[in-house]
Design a protein around this ligand. Sequence first.
Ligand code: HBI
Length: 100
Amino acid sequence: MKRDKLERQAIYDELAKLDGWSLGDGGKSITKSYKFKNFVEAFGFMTEAALAAEKLDHHPEWFNVYSKVDVALSTHSADGLTELDFKLAGLMEKAAARRI
Ligand code: HBI
């Protein structure tokens, strides 16, 4: 089940597969700050990521100012991290790789 809360070791194993992501909120989220060339690139990333999130029915908490997008992923219904958070992070990495 994708919304089952992950154990600590599974979290570390998944985090090791990602570049530049950190644990946040006492281990209940994963976070990353993206820096793009400009606002249009940042917003294009957010648009692509938003469509991926909607398809997953799993949504980010994010903050954008100009070319920067700060992202925090967690599974609210599990009050922690699940497979879905790492799946969405991977899709965000693909979207960012096309722009950075
Ligand atoms: N997104 N990050 C996150 N966490 C959730 O628990 C969640 C979600 N998007 C939709 C969703 N849950 C639905 O299953 C309903 O619970 C809203």
